[in-house]
Design a protein around this ligand. Structure first.
Ligand SMILES: N[C@@H](CCC[C@H](N)C(=O)O)C(=O)O
Length: 280
């Protein structure tokens, strides 16, 4: 199978993007993991598939796979790259795209400078919607993590997120706790784990240990979830600039029932061709 692809990134969260409208792509989990491999493949945090819509009121279908081959509901940095990809490949001339994902509809607005503003949808905070096992909804929940009881917030941005407040993201146990919390039995579909440091009411720092991919240089949905958790706890204002290891994102949330808006850059790194039969 011969497949053209583009390597892209959003703040260092990197992607292989494949146009499945102009070419036929059927990838199994083994092949996805091989492409994800940074030594034997191309390497990516997520694989993004651009597909024809399954309903008349949207422009495209957007599918997302983690490096471990699992298909997931949402990817914020990927959504911005998706918009840039369809514009660069001339799959659409629209500057506002309506896109279906496994967790619902998102709206992508492309600015002339390549930045993209995304309506990431309304966050869900009920434990069952995340899904997270808890007897009732709360601002924070105690969770047992390697002999500690820590406090986490739980937010769904279409995909599940746990958010932990820390004093310093540089010294936070991102990999150690990230791995444990990702697979914690109270998160039946596993979880992305964000470590949030508040600088002031408009600025924060964040590191994210992503479900199925490990720590990434940035996570768009993780950033939205962390800002939602910070606003809910009265620590952040409605508009927040978040510093991630790979750069900065602008997040706006007007509160419960409103969608989260995320604005950030996109980058195209190179185009390539995969010949999957060579790996068998
Ligand atoms: N990098 C992403 C999130 C990708 C999916 C995540 N790892 C999951 O399993 O839910 C982003 O920018 O949002």
């Amino acid at each position: 199978m011969r497949l053209e692809f583009t390597k892209m990134h959003g703040l260092g969260n990197d992607f292989v993007v494949i146009d499945c409208i102009s070419q036929r792509a059927r990838l199994d989990t083994h092949q996805i993991k091989q492409i994800a491999d940074r030594h034997f493949g191309v390497g990516f945090d997520q694989l993004l598939l651009v597909e024809a819509p399954t309903r008349p009121d949207v422009d495209f279908r957007y599918r997302i796979f983690n490096a471990d081959g699992s298909e997931v509901q949402q990817c914020g940095n990927g959504a911005r790259c998706f918009a840039r990809f369809v514009r660069d490949r001339k799959l659409s001339r629209k500057t506002k795209l309506i896109v279906e994902t496994a967790s619902g509809i998102i709206e992508l607005n492309i600015a002339p400078n390549g930045w993209v503003r995304v309506n990431m949808g309304v966050p869900r905070l009920e434990p069952n919607d995340i899904p997270f096992i808890a007897s009732a909804r709360a601002l924070t929940y105690p969770l047992d993590v390697s002999d500690h009881i820590i406090e986490i917030s739980a937010v769904s941005m279409g995909n599940p997120h746990a958010v932990i407040l820390v004093d310093n993201v540089n010294t936070a146990p991102v990999r150690e706790w990230g791995r444990i919390i990702e697979n914690h039995p109270r998160f039946p579909e596993r979880v992305n784990v964000g470590f949030l440091e508040i600088i002031d009411r408009q600025r924060a720092k964040l590191r994210v240990f992503e479900r199925g991919s490990g720590e990434t240089l940035a996570c768009g949905t993780g950033t939205c979830a962390a800002v939602v958790a910070g606003i809910q706890q009265g620590l952040l204002d409605e508009r927040v600039r978040v510093q991630l290891r790979g750069g900065e994102l602008d997040i706006r949330w007007q509160g419960e029932g409103h969608p989260v808006w995320m604005t950030g850059p996109t980058a195209r790194v190179f185009d390539g061709v995969l010949r999957l039969y060579e790996w068998q």
